[in-house]
Design a protein around this ligand. Structure first.
Ligand code: SAM
Length: 688
């Protein structure tokens, strides 16, 4: 239960990090079948008529239909809400948006929820609204498992996007810092039942993330809320409340605090580390194509995310088809290996994994191009077993994400006798990465130019555009926005030569399945083997930092077989006779020195060094110089062997950065992926 506010005016100014995790909603259902929260002892919506309440309190008092009519083509309108609950507000909004005259404008709905409903609870709650059934069905199909973090869902070919932040409202909204929300739905249970949420700290967050003319509305007229809103600088009006409620509040948010406070120290105490600030959106004419270099997972995902938002994309690829590089293995494993206690990185891998699953469900045919057959991560030694035990006992992850299995259960899942137990990820599986790239690039807004290597890129300041040149120094294309996503080859461009990228050789092995008994799930240990596809087993993969040979090595085939032997000797002995006729593929994974992807705007190296040099003397120096970027140049690189789970989400993040929209990942993570991090680290270490 929420604790009581600590200050004399009844308003809690704390904004603690979410240390408790989210946990799911505890519900009861009243005699009319309406959901009631056991945690708060309150109803999710008005007992009179929840749908009409949403229309009256939130749509009408934020003047949404009128404001939507004034949107320009391709403009995104951003709504943010405290308390997603049953999603009734979101669905009502979406329905109302659909009733507007057709346009290319997009609706971006962000909602933060501390106690998410499970899919089963949501299904039951939404069944109350047959008029929303069609939209509810789409929401339910994509609704994520309950895992703390940010989840991006897209509907109607991206005309609607939903960013669910499963976290405490105040802490979760920090992720919106510096973004521009147009309208706020202040929901959440009543201030008497949930005083911990209605804090001045929350309203300060809201002020920091609001557009200049942002509005808000709320069902409550509690005087503690009104006073806290007013003292945060909001203009507050009162109106008749819905149903039996006497009054409600609505008005204007002033982001005065954000502008008056020192840019390096926001009112929420979050150091903005100004050098990681997002670039000023440099997109001018939506009809000018954005250029992307590289047709692997990173390039294809970026092109797709931009194309979905209505941008025209021209993509250039040295090879003859999508996925010619490391994204071309016949089968890649799709799962997020989780630590016992979630970290920023693991939350990202998890959000990325869930995002990729949603993309796959929408874009590929299960069976031939990918399969959610599950992944068994076997514990090969006591150390791994101890880690698995810790993960299961800490209870941070729901059973539909990961569960512990003993050797008998593992054997049953695999269809082969196994001597080790481990962790089973039931929704995970394998994917043909090249098929995914190909499908994403089929978007009608994308034009691909294969067999078209880009040898150099040059910026023309007068025209504010990039020129792409071939080996004969002939101009191939020009662009105001250019995304480089060609793995370690990016370093050939002098503008990116400073990025610490390295190629890591990986060889996979493929043998005929012949009459080898069926493997039912992916097995992972130190390597992986997937169920046969197209009558072939694919397994691997070697990992070699020092070998740059692209020829197939028979000894690597043997090594890959040994990796299978470690997890399943009976399967390895079935594969062994096929080894002399094995086929294989060599790919070069591209990894950054810190093994995190590099996603975002490219810093102007020299400007950074001179602007942030004081960090060399004092790592905590407050420097209010905004970052200087190579205008219009972005990268999506360094996905290593995790591209299937990181590249699609990184593509989404990059599209958000380029178009100036709310980000698909946590604020801290966007900073951790920022291409400027290497310069800053070096400056702090005194290495430059
Ligand atoms: N907007 C919802 C809908 O359309 O169904 C109804 C919201 S319900 C009245 C309030 C929601 O706020 C609940 O789902 C509750 O779990 C959530 N909530 C309460 N305190 C919160 C907090 N501190 N942070 C985030 N969510 C919170």
């Amino acid at each position: 239960m929420p604790t009581q506010p600590s200050s004399p005016d009844g308003v809690d100014r704390r904004c603690d990090a979410n240390t408790e995790g989210t946990g799911s909603a505890q519900l009861s259902w009243d005699e009319h079948g309406l959901p009631v929260s056991n945690q708060f002892g309150d109803f999710y919506f008005s007992r009179a008529n929840g749908l009409e309440e949403t229309g009256y309190v939130f749509l009408q008092h934020n003047q949404l239909p009128q404001r939507w009519q004034a949107l320009k083509p391709d403009q995104a309108f951003v709504i943010a809400e405290t308390g997603f609950g049953t999603g009734l507000n979101f669905l009502t909004c979406w329905q109302s948006w659909n009733q507007q005259p057709a346009s290319t404008a997009r609706l971006h709905f962000i909602s933060v929820e501390r106690y998410p409903l499970t899919t089963a609870q949501l299904t039951r709650a939404l069944a109350l609204w047959p008029q929303l059934a069609e939209l509810a069905e789409q929401l339910l199909q994509q609704y994520p498992i309950i895992a703390n973090g940010i989840h991006r869902l897209r509907f109607d070919h991206d005309r609607i996007s939903l960013t669910l932040i499963f976290d405490d409202a105040c802490h979760g909204l920090k992720n919106l810092n510096g973004q521009h929300v147009d309208a706020w739905f202040l929901d959440g249970f009543s201030p008497e039942k949930n005083p911990q949420m209605w804090t001045q700290a929350l309203f300060s967050e809201i002020a920091c993330s609001s557009a200049a003319d942002a509005t808000f509305s709320t069902f409550t007229a509690a005087s503690s809320v009104r006073r806290a809103l007013q003292s945060s600088g909001f203009t507050v009006e009162r109106a008749r409340g819905f149903g039996k409620k006497r009054e409600m509040l609505y008005g204007l948010v002033h982001n005065k605090q954000a502008t008056e406070t020192l840019p390096t120290q926001q009112p929420n105490g979050l150091s903005t580390q100004l050098w990681f600030d997002r670039p000023i959106s440099s997109r001018s004419d939506p009809n000018i194509p954005i250029c992307v270099i590289g047709a692997g997972l990173a390039g294809a995902s970026t092109a797709f995310a931009l194309a979905q938002r209505g941008c025209k994309v021209e993509l250039f690829e040295r090879g003859s088809e999508p996925g010619c590089g490391a994204s071309g293995n016949p089968q890649g494993v799709l799962y997020a290996k989780l630590p016992a206690v979630p970290t920023l990185h693991s939350r990202t891998h998890l959000s990325g994994y869930l995002y990729s699953l949603r993309i796959l469900q929408q874009q590929l045919t299960a069976g031939q191009q990918w399969s959610p057959c599950g992944v068994l991560q076997l514990a090969l030694d006591d150390k791994q077993q101890a880690k698995n035990d810790a993960l299961l006992s800490q209870g941070h992850y729901p059973n539909n994400l990961v569960l512990g299995v003993n050797p008998q259960q593992a054997s049953q899942l695999a269809g082969y006798p196994l001597t080790q137990g481990g962790l089973f990820y039931p929704g995970a599986g394998w994917v043909s990465p090249a098929k995914l790239c190909q499908q994403l690039l089929e978007h009608p807004n994308i034009v691909c130019h294969f067999n078209q290597p880009v040898d150099s890129i040059e910026y023309q300041p007068a025209q504010q555009r990039w020129t792409l040149l071939n080996t004969q120094r002939q101009q191939i294309a020009t662009a105001t926005i250019l995304v480089v996503a060609n793995a370690h080859e990016a370093k050939q461009f002098p503008q990116l030569a400073q990025l610490p990228l390295k190629p890591i050789r990986g060889q996979t092995t493929s043998v005929a399945a012949n009459s080898i008994p069926e493997l039912k799930t992916v097995l992972c240990g130190n390597g992986y083997i997937a169920p046969a596809n197209n009558q072939r087993f694919c397994f691997g993969a070697s990992f070699d930092l020092h070998n740059h040979d692209s020829n197939i090595s028979p000894s690597d085939h043997r090594h890959n077989l040994e990796l299978v032997e470690q997890v399943c000797p009976p399967l390895a002995s079935q594969l062994e006779p096929q080894l002399p006729a094995a086929q294989g593929r060599v790919g070069f994974r591209c990894a950054a020195s810190d093994y995190l992807p590099i996603v975002g705007a490219v810093p102007d190296h020299d400007e950074f060094i001179s602007a942030y040099a004081p960090l060399g003397k004092d790592a905590k120096a407050v420097i209010d110089t905004p970052p200087s970027h190579l205008r219009g140049l972005f990268v999506n690189l360094g996905h290593g062997s995790k591209g299937l789970i990181t590249a699609p989400l990184a593509g989404e993040l990059l599209a958000d950065l380029i178009l100036g929209e709310p980000l698909a990942v946590e604020h801290k993570l966007a900073q951790a992926l920022n291409p400027a991090r290497f310069i800053i680290k070096k400056l702090i270490k005194g290495a430059i």
